[in-house]
Every structure is written in structure tokens, then in C-alpha cells.
Design a protein around this ligand. Structure first.
Ligand code: PLP
Ligand code: COI
Length: 365
């Protein structure tokens, strides 16, 4: 069976890559997730044979049989990570081994094979290497990497598939929110839940996002940027946004973030922020925070700031919260001081501008 040592990537360069002038144009203002680089990575898995057929090749549509089991039962997982061009011109990834680990955990939860961490890292690095001319020139830009895996077996029986396709694509990106919003507005979903105890909330599987979309559509209809989900059992405890974790900054300097009980995604940014906040001497409590408490703490001034964090969103202030029970504003409605400070601390490390004392930055070339 193929293992990480024996798996070699066949590299076939694109015969007609995007012309340099066009690429330069794209890289000046890439937006988020609309544009893609010239290449992609693919690796196949079959029961018995293991991981095989590793390729770096021209990005192209993938032919699929209509009975491919992912199209019916949604056995699919993904990751989101960014490659940065540092101040000294080298490229780097931020804590990529954490993405590799989470990808394995998601695979376990979805009854899929676990891609060895070394292969995950090698695949991502191979794509950054071949598409190294695709880093945005725009301030704050990065190369967003999307590793994913799905059940490719042609079979309609309901059981874990025996064949999978793992792929990595890359997209040059700027800010996730329009015009790099200084503070976002969020809609409280009281009707829909994202994840339930015993469910797949802690896995990064496509199904969680599919389940979130009706609530996200409601948020958009309410003129909000994102949806915030409450727990499924009591509809009381704040969990996370559709694609980001949440932090609450209290007037005594304490930070609160919902605990990892299995229904929210264990964000790598969340964990990094906890570490950086503690380094600043702040107390961080991973504890449940109720929606009613949030509303009354915002009104009394006990709550100073709220921010969302994730790979795509980095650290973004939450200014307004809307719900069927009425709206409330957090602080002045703009980014607070601590949000800004923690954002800068994180970004400076990611960009190689501050000391990397935890070894989070993996320099490539
Ligand atoms: N929560 C959800 C639902 C997400 O999709 C993401 C983004 O990946 C996060 C939280 C933040 O995770 P990370 O910081 O690892 O990107
Ligand atoms: C990420 O932050 O990487 C995500 O996957 C979340 C999504 C909002 C793009």
C-alpha cells in the first residue's frame, strides 16, 4: 500500500497558463474566491491500494459519474488555509500542520480515510511552489488554499465509499468582507441550527455549510454579513458564525469564547488568539455565553467588544447584532481597541513582521 514515503507527485505544467499581463491585473484586486491559479493537485485513494496517482497538473474540470456517491450522500471534507508572501520576499504557511491534523479528524468523523499529514503538507507546498507567481500584490492579499476530499466511488448503497479523490486548488484573495469592512453585522438564527450534539459540527465537512445556507440567506435578506448560530438543544448559547469563531471582550479585560463541545469548529485562528491574548496577560475563558447575556452586557457596557476570527476573515469586529427580538450595537459599532491589537499581533506574525516564538510560520522558499 502506498505510504507517504513512496508517494511521488507527477508534475505536468500547464501548457497555456494565464498570460502574465492578465494575471497581474487579477492580482491587483482579487476579491475572495472568484479566481483560481493555473494548477491543481489530485491524489486518489482506493480501498486495498491506498493513496496513489498523485499529480500536480493544469487546473481543469473533473469528469464525474452521476452516481459518484458524494453527489448523493455528501461524504466530503475540506480545509482552508493561506500562504503569505513575507516582508523579505519568502513565502510561508501559517500552522499548516494544524490543518493537516484537522483534516484527519474531519475524515475520521465522516468515515473517510485519513490522509497522512506529510502528504497533506507536501501537496499544499507543491501547489504553492508551481503557482508562486499568483500571490496578490494588493495589501493584505494572500494565496488561499483549499484542500478537499470526496467520495468518488460510483455506488448508491449507503455505506462509507471505497474510493476517494483528494484535491488542492488555490485562489488569490483579498479581504473576505466587502471593502475590508471595519465591523460586520450579524443575524441571530433562532429557527435554524448548524450542528447538534453528536453531529458533525466539529468536522469541516461540506454538509455543515449546506445546512447553514438557509440561515445565511436570511442574514443577507436582513442586510447582515454573517449568521450566528445558537446551540441546537436550548437555542440559548452562542456557538459560532457560519464560517468563523467568536470572542467577547468584557470590561474587566476578560475574553470569553464558546467552548469546544463538539458542535463548533475548533478554529486554528481561535486557538492562536487564545495564546496571544494570554501572552498579553489577559484571562481567556472558554465558557458558554447566552444570547440574552450578550444583549444585556452590550446594553450595560459590561461587554466592550465582539470579534469574529478565522482564516478567511482573519480578525473582524462585530458591530451590530440583529435578531427577531430586536437589534443591538456593540461598543461604538466599530472595531474596538483589543480587537485591533490582537488582529495586528496575529497578522504581524503571519507576515513575518513579528517574532514567531511559537514556530507557527512555516517558511517555504
Ligand atoms: N468556524 C467555521 C464554521 C469555519 O468555517 C471556520 C473557517 O475555517 C472557522 C470557524 C475558523 O477556523 P480557522 O481559524 O481554522 O480558519
Ligand atoms: C476559512 O476561513 O477558511 C473558511 O473555510 C470559512 C469560509 C468562510 C471561507
Amino acid at each position: 500500500m502506498a505510504n507517504s514515503d513512496s508517494l511521488e507527485f507527477l508534475v505536468e505544467k500547464h501548457s497555456k497558463p494565464v498570460p502574465p499581463a492578465e494575471r497581474t491585473e487579477i492580482l491587483m484586486n482579487p476579491g475572495f474566491g472568484n479566481l483560481f491559479t493555473d494548477h491543481m493537485v489530485s491524489i486518489r485513494y482506493s480501498e486495498g491500494q491506498g493513496w496513489h496517482d498523485a499529480k500536480v497538473q493544469a487546473r481543469a474540470p473533473i469528469p464525474m459519474d452521476p452516481a459518484s456517491s458524494v453527489l448523493h450522500y455528501a461524504q466530503e471534507i475540506f480545509e482552508g488555509m493561506k500562504a503569505y508572501r513575507l516582508a523579505d520576499g519568502t513565502t510561508a504557511l501559517f500552522r499548516p500542520e494544524q490543518n493537516a491534523l484537522r483534516f484527519q479528524k474531519s475524515a475520521r468523523r465522516m468515515a473517510m480515510p485519513e490522509l497522512p499529514q506529510e502528504i497533506f503538507l507536501k501537496s499544499v507546498e507543491a501547489l504553492v511552489d508551481i503557482d508562486r507567481d499568483w500571490f496578490p500584490s494588493a495589501e493584505g492579499g494572500s494565496l488561499y488554499l483549499r484542500p478537499f476530499m470526496f467520495a468518488s466511488e460510483v455506488f448508491l448503497g449507503v455505506r462509507p465509499a471505497k474510493e476517494y479523490l483528494y484535491m488542492v486548488i488555490a485562489s488569490p484573495v483579498g479581504a473576505y468582507f466587502k471593502e475590508g469592512a471595519s465591523a460586520i453585522s450579524i443575524w441571530v438564527s433562532e429557527e435554524y441550527s448548524r450542528a447538534a450534539p453528536g453531529g458533525t459540527g466539529a468536522a469541516k465537512c461540506g454538509g455543515n455549510y449546506a445546512a447553514s445556507l438557509v440561515a445565511q440567506a436570511e442574514a443577507i435578506a436582513q442586510d447582515c454579513d454573517q449568521v450566528v448560530f445558537l446551540d441546537a438543544a436550548e437555542h440559548r448559547w452562542v456557538e459560532e458564525l457560519g464560517g468563523m469563531n467568536l470572542f467577547f471582550v468584557m470590561d474587566d479585560g476578560r475574553l470569553i469564547t464558546p467552548p469546544l463541545t463538539g458542535t463548533i469548529l475548533p478554529g486554528i485562528t481561535r486557538e492562536s488568539i487564545i495564546t496571544l491574548a494570554r501572552e498579553e496577560g489577559l484571562e481567556v475563558s472558554e465558557e458558554p455565553y447566552a444570547i440574552d447575556q450578550w444583549r444585556s452586557d452590550a446594553a450595560s457596557g459590561k461587554l466592550k467588544e465582539t470579534f469574529a476570527c478565522g482564516t478567511a476573515a482573519v480578525v473582524t469586529a462585530v458591530g451590530t447584532v440583529r435578531s427577531a427580538q430586536g437589534d443591538f450595537t456593540i461598543g461604538s459599532g466599530g472595531p474596538g481597541q483589543l480587537t485591533e491589537k490582537l488582529r495586528m499581533r496575529l497578522v504581524d506574525i503571519q507576515r513575518g513582521l513579528a517574532e514567531d516564538k511559537y514556530g507557527w510560520v512555516k517558511r517555504l522558499f
